[in-house]
Design a protein around this ligand. Structure first.
Ligand code: HPA
Ligand code: ZN
Length: 339
């Protein structure tokens, strides 16, 4: 382990962009397939891993939706989330805001309540057993229509105690944020915080729409915002944070080489950036691997890495008193001689 790896491992971290279904490791997928008598398209773990060679977002999404087919019962969602929480805690992740895709499950006949119950039970156990606090953000699949999103929002209303925010994910190009204007307005009126994937593969105009049409509080990815100077200015002025996912960007060919990753340019432009893992079971790394890989490719200093980790807590949707305590704990931890 290099000095930098040790520094990264010791940094307290907050993860703000992780799809819980994207944390399904092939070993657990096959175990759940056996438990639930589900047939998978690949013969074994090795064959599945070999298929994780993506050329774009859609390539990945096709396998991501297939993978979900093993999740049937409350216990499956519990096991999925608990495995991720254990891994996150082992990397000194102290706080998580995770996405889930209910339409990926309700469309297969799984009850919305089953999904929520399993995830919520894992959250409670992670908090009690691992000291890891987490909150849920429900995403709409943007390749489905707004009416489907409206019905999904209806189902979320009785779970406002658990779901803090609404997001937008899945295939981006051809599905601009403005298609979801009405459902996002209603979500805002209902008190949810709002995020959207924008500028991962889609053009800067999608980021403008996420801000001006949907009224989002944070941007997921946002890489292509850098193509538009006025947009960069706006993001900086409003202090809108970006949840950047370096290994995801590499594996989905959003960047050709990690050395081309825009993270350093984002920092230099005054943007509030965070580092996250997106779908770690598919993209080859959790939080520490994401910090290490982009950090070494771009030559980021220990101060940069520390500031990016701190941004994770600052850009989180924690209530003010909790955020203040988390930032105090962060500052204390990095002052301790071990770091
Ligand atoms: N982009 C869009 N949708 C997704 C992703 C992503 O990286 N991961 C899971 N759903
Ligand atoms: Zn994502």
């Amino acid at each position: 382990m290099t000095d930098t790896d040790a520094t990264i491992a010791r940094l307290p971290k907050a993860e703000l962009h992780v799809h819980i279904e994207g944390t399904l490791e092939p070993e657990l997928m096959f175990a759940l397939a056996r438990r639930n008598n589900v047939r998978l398209a690949h013969s074994d773990v090795a064959a599945l891993r070999r298929a994780y060679a993506f050329t774009n977002l859609q390539d990945f999404l096709d396998l991501y939706y297939q993978g979900m087919s093993v999740l049937l019962h409350e216990a499956d969602f519990y096991d999925l989330a608990m495995a991720y929480f254990r891994k996150a805690a082992s990397q000194n992740v102290r706080y998580v805001e995770f996405f889930f895709d209910p339409q990926g499950h309700t469309s297969r006949g799984i009850a919305f309540e089953t999904v929520i119950a399993g995830l919520a039970r894992a959250q409670a156990d992670a908090e009690a057993q691992l000291g890891l606090a987490s909150r849920m953000i429900m995403c709409f699949l943007r390749h489905l229509d707004e009416a489907d999103a409206e019905r999904t929002l209806d189902q979320a209303l009785k779970h406002k105690d658990k779901i803090i925010g609404i997001g937008l994910d899945s295939s981006e190009v051809g599905y601009p944020p403005s298609r979801f204007k009405n459902v996002f307005r209603r979500a805002r009126e209902e008190g949810f915080l709002l995020v959207a994937h924008a500028g991962e593969e889609g053009p800067p105009n999608y980021v403008w729409e996420a801000i001006d049409v949907l009224g989002i509080d944070r941007i997921d990815h946002g890489n292509r915002a850098l193509e538009d100077a006025a947009l960069v200015k706006r993001l900086a002025k409003d202090g809108l944070a970006l949840t950047v996912c370096p290994l995801s960007n590499l594996r989905l060919c959003v960047v050709k080489d990690m050395k081309d990753h825009p993270l350093r340019r984002m920092i230099d432009a005054g943007l509030k950036v965070t580092i996250n893992s997106d779908d770690p079971a598919y993209f080859g790394g959790y939080m520490n691997e994401n910090f290490a890989s982009v950090g070494s490719a771009l030559g980021l200093s220990a101060d940069h890495l520390m500031q990016i980790a701190r941004n994770g807590f600052e850009a989180s949707f924690m209530p003010a008193h909790m955020k203040e305590a988390a930032l105090d704990a962060f500052d204390q931890a990095i002052r301790s001689p071990a770091v």
